[in-house]
Design a protein around this ligand. Structure first.
Ligand code: PLP
Length: 442
């Protein structure tokens, strides 16, 4: 079956939208250009429909939030109840405590919680708190990590690969307008290289407030921290008085009930959550150790906002976390993810395409290379051009993956056997098309 979607209505809408909305969208990452940008009319379960009525099995699920599937009736019903409170009142409600209690039960490093609206906000508040608590100004990030759109973290590693395959990385701000002065405040280190981290700490350790890390690099194909690495990281942080801040915006309430901290056995000082915690309702959290979190407030750091702890989103989070904690949803997701990986691997192996999976079955990255990457440079060395060609064919046949291979395949509890069968069938066709194009280009 080789469907090839056409999207004339999305294309026409782009022209109109681009007159009022920069790039025709509300987030740069949603704009795929005048001919490819999709506009959505509806989403339900693991599927969505574009303006032209094309149906997709969705592995982006909003970059992770729809863990139970789009439009989960249980969560939506709870959100409607949350609405009955009347709206944000600039006073606190009982649900803040209820959700904080649930989080503390699920995640061992969580003593206290503050809510916000997005991952960006939670990380921003976390960085500020780390600086305030330690009295230090610097931070360290991991190459290939992503922590949202606040200036202190809006830095990426630009890569170049020369003809011999040699890779060089250069830190630069993502777009203009980020003060270059902020570049003085942080260092980046590769994942899985504790010696490099130690070298940086030897130079700047006295002024480093925090190491900000995605333990599974959810914005670099899910590259995973290796056994032993996190123990060294934890020990180095302790030795240098650096707070370990684990950014669980993607992994939280997804890779395990207790997040990546439970999965990998790491104990954070501070951690951030968003995405899966509200099944799509905009809520996030900064959480962590009492000793640190209790310094938020007068004499310590600022955190809050008009919509922080919004009653609708808190009600959605309460129900989402209850379901994730008390049902088999996460186990179902793992089972699906494993079957998906196995099925896709068989298709690739039958055609002799070397590949490796990284991440976790609930958010897996596929790499066209002999072995799974250990760090960002390894991703650059992988054959990501094949992924991009494949992704274009997958999307235009109704399997919605990210065009960029650094975004993992996200699985929800709503992905079912019909999604799986359709994915396998269309994957094989899309791969053959991508391989044919490559052969012709030679
Ligand atoms: C690890 C991580 N941190 C922070 C963010 C920012 O979250 P948001 O887009 O909700 O601001 C993201 C978003 O993808 C993320 O993946």
């Amino acid at each position: 079956m080789a469907v090839h979607y056409s999207i004339p209505k999305s294309n026409a809408h782009y022209k109109k939208a681009a007159e009022r909305l920069p790039l025709g969208v509300t987030s740069n990452y949603r704009s795929w250009g005048p001919d490819e940008t999709l506009y959505v009319s509806r989403a339900k379960g693991a599927r969505l429909w574009d303006f032209d009525g094309n149906e997709y099995v969705d592995y982006r699920i909003g970059y992770g939030p729809a863990i139970l599937g789009y439009g989960d009736e249980r969560v939506d019903e709870a959100a409607r109840k949350g609405m009955e409170l009347g709206g944000p009142t600039a006073l606190s409600t009982e649900r803040e405590w209820i959700v904080a209690e649930r989080m503390a039960k699920m995640i061992s490093s969580v003593d206290m919680v503050r809510f916000a609206n997005s991952g960006t906000e939670a990380v921003m508040a976390g960085l500020r708190l780390a600086r305030s608590f330690t009295g230090r100004s610097r931070h360290i990030m991991i190459e290939g990590g992503y922590h949202g759109l606040s200036d202190g973290v809006l830095w990426e590693v630009h890569h170049e690969r020369d003809a011999s395959g040699e890779v060089s990385l250069q830190v630069q701000s993502e777009g203009k307008g980020v003060p270059s002065l902020l570049r003085e405040l942080f260092d980046t280190v590769p994942l899985n290289d504790p010696d490099e981290l130690e070298s940086v700490l030897k130079v700047h350790g006295d002024d480093v407030a925090t190491l900000l890390i995605e333990v599974i690099l959810g914005n670099a194909g899910g590259i995973v921290s290796e056994p032993g690495y996190l123990e060294r990281v934890r020990a180095l942080c302790d030795e240098y008085g650096v707070l370990l801040m684990v950014d669980e915006v993607k992994t939280g309430f997804r890779v395990a009930r207790g997040g990546v901290q439970e999965l990998m056995g790491v104990d954070a000082d501070l951690c951030t959550f968003a995405k899966a915690m509200g099944n799509g309702y905009p809520i996030s959290a900064l959480a962590g150790k009492r000793e640190i979190m209790s310094t938020i407030g007068p004499g310590g750091s600022a955190q809050g906002g008009t919509y922080a702890g919004h009653p609708v989103c808190l009600a959605a989070a309460e129900k989402t976390l209850e379901i994730l904690d008390e049902t088999e949803a996460l186990e179902d997701i793992v089972r699906y993810g494993e079957k998906m990986q196995k099925g896709i691997s068989e298709i690739l192996s039958a055609r002799g395409v070397a590949h490796a999976w990284s991440g976790h079955p609930s958010m897996s990255g596929i790499f066209f290379s002999e072995s799974a990457p250990r760090n960002y440079k390894d991703w650059v060395r992988s054959d990501y051009e094949l992924y991009e060609a494949l992704a274009a064919h997958l999307i235009s046949s109704g399997i919605l993956v990210e065009p960029d291979s650094r975004e993992p395949f996200f699985v929800s509890a709503a992905h079912d056997d019909s999604c799986l069968d359709e994915t396998m069938e269309k994957f094989a066709v899309a791969l053959d098309l991508a391989l044919d194009e490559r052969a012709q280009a030679k």
